[in-house]
Design a protein around this ligand. Structure first.
Ligand SMILES: [Zn+2]
Ligand SMILES: [Zn+2]
Length: 510
């Protein structure tokens, strides 16, 4: 599906979600065809095979990057027990005993019991051990095998991308953090700082109460195997495969794929940043510029965004408007950079990322996991749905990292209605109505911005913990504009930042 078509589907999906029609639509126009296995093997296991091994061969074509096996058999009620393994042309890649019915082997990650690595074409075998089958019993097994040709999570077989939570909601997460697979550190048992295991970061996300995190080690892919192991255990925190593409001319987050991307910007392999961005888009990943306003120097090498020639901003999807570091040093905020892009006509989603490197730091410190939090309206809690919500701009940022603060802007004109990230047409002279629902913002100031300048503001009142709606109106001049709602706390700091509603913009999404 090309990008424009994806964007159109997103917008239609959002409209349907907002009008309650999605359930009907999913069963018709947008229903993915039931994913069919590439190979299905059936076989019988007889009593004469008790204590033996069976090998069921199948052919893996060239170009496959992941093999996934879903195994089932009859006779368990008669105490038939079958062990499961997977063999590639050269070696045994998995042996699970009888404890797993799904095995996946990818280039960078695999089910515990299996080895990740290259997927050679040729004859593979499902290996079935038979620890027990009673006399007179025959069991029927079915092995459904899926081949995946990309590292994009959205391309995985359904069994590998099932939502952790069904149904649309606002989900809270953090899109930028480092573990011991790059420069994330924590103290070991004797207090020495060491590369920090991935589970420590996930536990920090649990303490914050987050719904999702993207683990974005610098140019590394080794973290994906740890995430594969951890996800079933941490079944309330979605683990999104990410990577911080770290160059000498700026940093970018690549979200949703485990595929390799050559990051050596400025070499013959990747001459310009636009080559890098085009290569990233070919992978189907979501791409953001990280901490665009950071300076580059010996303190933080390559951290500032200064590629030459400059990036074609149409090749990007998002900007890290708030980084944990910019919360500490407001002069480094990426918000002015992001708003400049909006004023130039680039429709880029503002996201946040803690850039945490020390997962055990107290949660009330900037840079701690979930500070800031990115809040995404998504169709469910799965990697494809969260990234789709970000791509569509259905996002606000909670710089306080709370569990419940809300900043949800909708706009209406005539009979049409839009929320953050959406387009709305407002002919010259038409009245635009802006409504923002906020929650848990006692004593705060609610501001509506037009093209980055304050259009109007209201005081939320000191007792206001429950959801409240604030309103502004505007008469259209027929030109292109963007409007957002933000909330400043009684401390004068930015607490919540919404993404814009786009008025009179063309039907394109980055
Ligand atoms: Zn960075
Ligand atoms: Zn980083």
């Amino acid at each position: 599906m090309d990008t424009l078509l994806i964007a159109t589907v997103h917008k239609i999906k959002w409209f349907l979600l907002s009008t309650g029609l999605l359930a009907v639509a999913i069963s018709t126009a947008f229903a993915d065809p039931a994913p069919k296995p590439d190979v299905v093997l059936h076989g019988l296991v007889h009593a004469s095979q008790n204590h033996g091994y069976i090998a069921a061969p199948f052919h893996v074509p060239a170009g496959v990057k992941r093999v996934t096996l879903v195994f089932s058999y009859t006779g368990k009620d008669q105490r038939t027990a079958l062990d499961l393994g997977l063999q590639d042309p050269a070696e045994l890649r998995c042996w699970s005993g009888g404890n797993k019915s799904v095995l996946t082997v990818g280039l960078a990650d695999a089910t515990p019991s299996c080895l990740p690595g290259p997927i050679p074409a040729g004859t593979w075998k499902v290996v079935i051990g038979v620890p027990n089958i009673r006399p007179q019993v025959t069991s029927h097994y079915t092995a459904r095998i899926f081949f995946t040709r990309s590292g994009l999570v959205a391309d995985y077989p359904e069994v590998l991308r099932e939502p952790l939570r069904a149904g649309p909601a606002w989900f809270r997460g953090d899109l930028h953090m480092h573990t011991g697979h790059s420069d994330g550190q924590c103290p070991n048992q004797t207090g020495t700082m060491v590369p920090c295991p991935v589970f420590v970061t996930v536990e920090a996300a649990v303490r914050r109460g987050l719904d999702f995190i993207a683990i974005t080690d610098h140019n590394a892919r080794s973290q994906y195997d740890a995430m594969r192991e951890l996800q079933p255990y941490f079944n309330k925190v979605l683990l999104i495969p990410g990577r911080e593409i770290t160059t000498n001319f700026g940093h970018l987050n690549l979200l949703g794929t485990t595929d390799y991307l050559d990051f050596r910007l400025g070499t013959p392999a990747v001459p310009t940043v636009n080559d890098l961005l085009r290569n990233a888009r070919k992978l189907g990943a979501l791409i953001s510029i990280n901490h665009p306003s950071d300076p580059t120097g010996e303190q933080c090498m390559g951290c500032g965004w200064n590629p030459s020639p400059p990036a074609n901003m149409h090749l990007l999807n998002a900007i890290e408007a708030v980084n944990g570091g910019s919360e500490k040093f407001p002069s480094l905020s990426g918000i002015p950079f992001w708003m400049r892009q909006l004023n130039l006509g680039y429709r880029l989603t503002a996201i946040g990322g803690s850039d945490n490197h020390r997962p055990l730091m107290p949660l009330d410190e900037p840079n701690s996991v979930g500070s800031p939090t990115t809040v995404v309206y998504a169709a469910d809690l799965s990697t494809p749905a969260i990234l789709e919500g970000i791509h569509a701009g259905h996002v606000f940022l909670d710089l306080t990292g709370s569990h419940d603060r809300m900043d949800v802007l909708t706009a209406s004109c005539g009979g049409s209605r839009a929320q953050m990230g959406d387009l709305l047409s407002a002919p010259k002279g038409a009245a635009l109505s802006l409504n923002v629902q906020v929650a848990d913002v006692p004593g705060a100031k609610v501001e509506f911005l037009e093209d980055g300048k304050v259009l109007s503001s209201d005081q939320a009142g000191s007792a206001s913990n429950s959801p409240r709606t604030f309103h502004a109106s505007w008469t259209s001049d027929g030109a292109r504009h963007w409007f957002l709602a933000q909330v400043l706390g009684p401390d004068g700091h930015l607490w919540l930042l919404g993404n814009p509603v786009y008025i009179n913009w063309k039907e394109t999404l980055n």
